[in-house]
Design a protein around this ligand. Sequence first.
Ligand SMILES: Nc1ncnc2c1ncn2[C@@H]1O[C@H](COP(=O)(O)OP(=O)(O)O)[C@@H](O)[C@H]1O
Ligand SMILES: [Mg+2]
Length: 402
Amino acid sequence: MAKKSSIPTSDFYQHNTNLKWIVLAISILISIGSIYYTNVLVEQLKQRERQQVELFARALEYTLNDESTDNILFITDEIIFKNNSIPTIWITREGQYQYRNIDIEKSWSEARKKRALEKEIADMKTLYEPIKMTYRENGVVEDYGYVYYKNSFLLTQLIAYPYIQLSVIAIFAFIAYLAFNYSRAAEQNRVWVGLAKETAHQLGTPLSSLMAWIEVIREDPLMNKNGMVEELEKDVQKLRIVTERFSSIGSTPTLKKENVVMLINNVVNYLRPRVSSKIKIEVFTLSENISAMVHAPLFEWVIENLCKNAVDAMGNSGTIAIKILRGSEGKIFIDISDTGKGIPRSKLDTIFKAGFTTKKRGWGLGLTLAKRIIDAYHSGKIYVKSSEENMGTTFRIALDAV
Ligand SMILES: Nc1ncnc2c1ncn2[C@@H]1O[C@H](COP(=O)(O)OP(=O)(O)O)[C@@H](O)[C@H]1O
Ligand SMILES: [Mg+2]
């Protein structure tokens, strides 16, 4: 069929979901790769910081053991004071402590400083083994104290970096995706709303001409025979309904309080003589008087579409049951059940997308329109309430009762 190449079909949606999975898989791979690589860097930097702190500890020991001031000056200047990034605290055996790169104000009281340092030390202990300092007295090695440290600011940032980066990218991608989707949906809307309006407009002229012709025929006794005018009028009436539907979907239709049971009976009475006699269409309701705010031509169109789909799903024979119910919380439900082939679970969302069809001569627009009419114009909901393969399907429309 030629049209298959020009509009999306079920294959299109299959490819589309495959593509989504591929994009997702690649994004996950990139994320894992980037986190892994940063972790390698972090490990290397950790080792280097450990070496630096060890060197620092050795330098402290050295200043203790060596008496020559020149060396001490070199060591304190080049090693101890060069450490300006790794937070370090060292405590001597006697309980004296000193620190570098720790957030402690000079103006604090001794007690407060001590509390802050003890808290830091507790944190540092959980991170890394402290480095032991020793000194030599009369050939005997004695404990001098411990150097505690934690990650430098640079290292801390590097650990967090891939997560921050990936979150920023994810948020950006998400916004871009929404914007893209929105503009695509807006464009699609313009196209088919325009097409619907144009169709209604073009149908208008021949329609009024047809109506004039009917009047001419009605006046002419030679041509007005065997209820011909009545049959013509019925067809013209149907054409007018179609035109009205097209023109209403192209603009924002105004809703009116309508008796839903009556509208549904209209559609059923129209359809019954037009489907195979082995297909039964039944309407069940507890009350003949259930109303909702609807636009009659569009609402009837939805019911007609659902019934036609039900007929298609059943093949030769079966039953369509339409139940109109008053639900709780001021809702009314219209359940349209068939005894047809059912819809696979995986397709429950896809069937509402434009162009999805499993029929040789289908356009895949019926449910898209139905959804738009119910969601956008009636602030209602339409969904598959249940479906079982080879047993049947129930579509439900939920509207606010009035
Ligand atoms: N009552 C139903 N039972 C089984 N399948 C259904 C039913 N209604 C819709 N479908 C599935 O949803 C698809 C899309 O329906 P629709 O949008 O009306 O387009 P079309 O009728 O042109 O195929 C159908 O091709 C069919 O596969
Ligand atoms: Mg259809």
